[in-house]
Design a protein around this ligand. Structure first.
Ligand code: 13P
Length: 248
């Protein structure tokens, strides 16, 4: 029922020229139409990628947005501005933004509402850090994040959201959560969504795993029943690696 969704988060990597090279190669390699695919690029690369992927099913997204429509917010970009440059998706609440840029569940909730108002599909990141995992409170932490982020979001809007479970200790470290650990948390997230909404809504929401997903572990991760996709960092920068993950 849920279509697998493989997303590449480029973070602050790739020039416009390098993005073009990626797009040319990836467009050529991509054949699968039973999997949703999107690339989340730095802002200046977005319109370039939108143009290069326009006759394909490959989506393009941003990595952050401001929650206000407009105003004196130096350095920020609104959801309508993202819409204008053709972004179809946007990541919010990534742990790097929480850690370095003061993102909170409250701001993620406001950003989620701003994106939905512009019909941009949100990818909401949640996940515990190493201390929280070692302290055995990972489910409590993720539950708090999910409940806060979905506050005031209608059922109709909730099904447009992708949740990405990214344990902070597995990001860029080469240390992946075991498929069982990842599946267990994705199942727990679905249980919370069932509690907030209902079974039918929870069953429709796509839940991705992110954290050191690579060509050699993608198939196993994707075989888990509660995991519907992957949010890929490092390995999404190389079209050959990313296509291998898409073809899991
Ligand atoms: P890595 O795949 O490089 O661990 O990054 C994961 C991530 O943060 C994706 O958003």
């Amino acid at each position: 029922m849920r279509t697998p969704f493989i997303a590449g988060n480029w973070k602050m990597y790739k020039t416009i020229a390098a993005s073009r090279e990626f797009a040319i190669k990836f467009r050529e390699l991509h054949r699968r139409n039973d999997v949703k695919v999107a690339v989340f690029a730095p802002y200046p690369q977005i319109p370039v990628l939108v143009e290069m992927f326009k006759d394909t099913s490959i989506g393009v997204g941003a990595q952050n947005v401001h929650f206000e429509k407009e105003g004196a917010f130096t350095g920020e970009i609104s959801a309508s501005m993202l819409k204008e440059i053709g972004a179809q998706y946007c990541i919010i609440g990534h742990s790097e933004r929480r850690q370095y840029f003061g993102e909170t569940d409250k701001s993620v909730n406001l950003k989620l509402k701003a994106l939905l108002a512009e019909n941009i599909l949100p990818v909401v990141c949640v996940g515990e850090n190493l201390d929280e995992r070692e302290g055995g409170i990972e489910e409590k932490i993720v539950e708090m994040q999910i409940r806060a982020v979905f506050e005031g979001i209608s059922m109709n809007d909730a099904i447009k959201v992708t949740v990405a479970y990214e344990p902070v200790w597995a990001i860029g470290t080469g240390r992946t959560a075991s498929p069982e650990q990842a599946d267990k948390m994705c199942g727990y997230i679905r249980k919370i969504l069932r509690d907030i909404y209902n079974k039918d809504i929870a069953e429709q929401i796509t839940i991705q795993y992110g954290g050191s997903v690579k060509p050699d572990n993608a198939a196993e991760i994707m075989s888990m029943p509660e995991i519907d996709g992957a949010l890929v960092g490092g390995a999404s920068l190389d079209p050959l690696k990313f296509i291998e993950i898409v073809n899991f």
